[in-house]
Design a protein around this ligand. Structure first.
Ligand SMILES: Cc1cc2nc3c(=O)[nH]c(=O)nc-3n(C[C@H](O)[C@H](O)[C@H](O)COP(=O)(O)OP(=O)(O)OC[C@H]3O[C@@H](n4cnc5c(N)ncnc54)[C@H](O)[C@@H]3O)c2cc1C
Length: 452
């Protein structure tokens, strides 16, 4: 839409944070315009339709039972959820063996299980000491923010190789990063923000318990439908200028003059926006240090979830392989069969460096070795390497290196004049997840409503 449009609030980014903010402001009677760079809403949630219309989630997909904010939005908008398939045996591959197990604990040595339990207990205990609203004020914040997660894990003394590999992979999966580049304080904060490390790792009772009928993007799409013309797609924001009592937001095709702006984009893409006047140096430092992780999510589509008939859940793990973790991501109807396969951090990067055909073969070999020959012949193979997505540049969320939270953490949500900040990176409860994004948008909307 060429020319200049007026609004009370201009929201930059139509992910869950931006959309939740816009919905809350519109409900309070404010005029809102949402500017979105992509040709779709949802951001790191990307519900893709197969040729028969089946929705599959190329990005975030799962909701924990504790995710009240997104559950309440889903209920209000008439979107239902269902339980992730967990029946059958899970598989853990490593040390040259395949272990079948049910429940939470793989059949590794009792000593390895005990040492993992101790490591988790210690992590949870330290995490509870990190205040969610202000992690930098924890009594041991300076010490924890000076150590990397990799260094911390090397001190956990898990007793077997497979136990160590499994635990390292699970933690690496949270940030999808090289754990030498992540502050321990960030891990402790993340764990507290989700209740416990087991909540983050688990299906039942945890972060992978529920899926959304119609795909995780359905709620976003319904908010966008409600907002109608107030959501403008294909309009990457190039500059945000503070002028007297207005904020002027410019895109390639036009501009918006608003009383307030909410920046609801990942930190990496925020650094590409020109701010006038320039953002304070420490704020820019924070945005530059908050880097998204490297994760590839590959969706394998089969006529049916054939592994279920073989007594398998579809949940498998093989640390450092081309399919480090797989989960059953089939729709509630059970057709088609959808297997979601993940690689994280350096493993994702290594796999990504292969030529396309080789990469596909590596993933299919890994899957068929676990689930049988039918695993080698999916009807569709859809991969997304999230750090190559120009409007996301990493996932699931940005991670912070040592020193960043204690130095700059207080700036994460602090408005710069009339510019407010949302996005899962700014959330406290459910940090890094869809629920955290929704909460952050609602918080930014409340800040503006309080000011006006
Ligand atoms: C592979 C993967 C798996 C995940 N799994 C889960 C999961 O199972 N459960 C869960 O809860 N979370 C999961 N997440 C994390 C979850 O997706 C995110 O926390 C959440 O979607 C972030 O929402 P957001 O609104 O903060 O940011 P985003 O979704 O990134 O939204 C930001 C929006 O801003 C737009 N934008 C960027 N720059 C500009 C610009 N200059 N101008 C205009 N628009 C711009 C982007 O296009 C995007 O639409 C996963 C993420 C990924 C990628």
């Amino acid at each position: 839409m060429p020319g200049t449009a007026d609004a009370d609030v201009c929201v930059i980014g139509a992910g869950y944070a931006g959309l939740a903010a816009a919905r809350r402001l519109a409900a309070a009677g404010k005029t809102v315009l949402v500017l979105e760079a992509r040709d779709r809403v949802g951001g790191r949630i990307w519900t893709h339709r197969l040729s028969d219309g089946t929705p599959i989630d190329r990005g975030g997909a799962w909701l924990a039972p504790q995710h009240d904010a997104i559950f309440s939005l889903a209920r209000e908008l008439g979107v239902s959820t269902y339980r992730t398939w967990v029946k059958g045996a899970h598989l853990l591959i490593g040390d040259g063996r395949t272990r079948r197990y049910t429940g939470l604990i793989p059949k590794i040595s009792p000593m390895a299980v005990a040492t993992i339990a101790i490591a988790q207990f210690r992590l949870d205990r330290a995490a509870r000491k990190v205040p969610l609203e202000a992690p930098w004020t924890a009594t041991r914040a300076a010490e924890w923010d000076a150590e990397t997660v990799a260094s911390y894990l090397s001190r956990t003394r898990i007793s077997s190789t497979i136990g160590r590999d499994l635990y390292d992979m699970a933690v690496r999966g949270l940030f999808a990063a090289d754990l030498n580049e992540v502050s321990l304080l960030h891990l402790l904060f993340l764990v507290h923000a989700h209740g416990s490390i087991n909540t983050l790792f688990s299906i039942e009772g945890g972060s992978q318990e529920n899926m959304v009928d119609g795909g995780a993007g359905s709620v976003a799409q319904r908010i966008a439908d409600e907002l109608g013309d107030a959501v403008r797609l294909n309009e990457p924001v190039r500059s945000i200028a503070l002028r007297d009592d207005r904020v002027d937001v410019s895109t390639a095709v036009g501009s918006v003059s608003a009383r307030h702006a909410i920046v609801a984009v990942p930190p990496a893409t925020a650094t590409d926006i020109e701010f006038v006047p320039a953002l304070p140096g420490d704020r820019m430092d924070l945005l530059r240090l908050a880097v998204g992780g490297m994760e590839t999510k590959t969706m394998l589509i089969y006529d049916e979830p054939f592994w279920r008939a073989d007594g398998l859940s579809g949940q498998t793990a093989e640390p450092n392989s081309a399919a480090e973790v797989t989960l059953d991501g089939s729709p509630s109807s059970g057709t088609p069969g959808v297997l979601a396969s993940f690689t994280f951090g350096r493993v994702a990067w290594r796999l990504d460096a292969l030529e396309e055909g080789e990469r596909k073969r590596a993933v299919l070999d890994a899957v068929s070795a676990r689930l049988g020959p039918r695993g080698a012949a999916p009807a569709a193979f859809i991969e997304t390497s999230w750090w190559h997505e120009p409007w996301s540049r990493g996932c699931s969320m940005a991670h912070l290196p040592t020193g960043a939270i204690t130095r700059y953490g207080a700036l994460l949500r602090q408005p710069v004049d009339r510019i407010h900040w949302a996005g899962t990176e700014t959330s406290t409860i459910s940090h890094g997840s869809i629920d955290g994004a929704v909460r952050s948008g609602e918080r930014a909307a409340a800040e503006i409503l309080d000011r006006s």
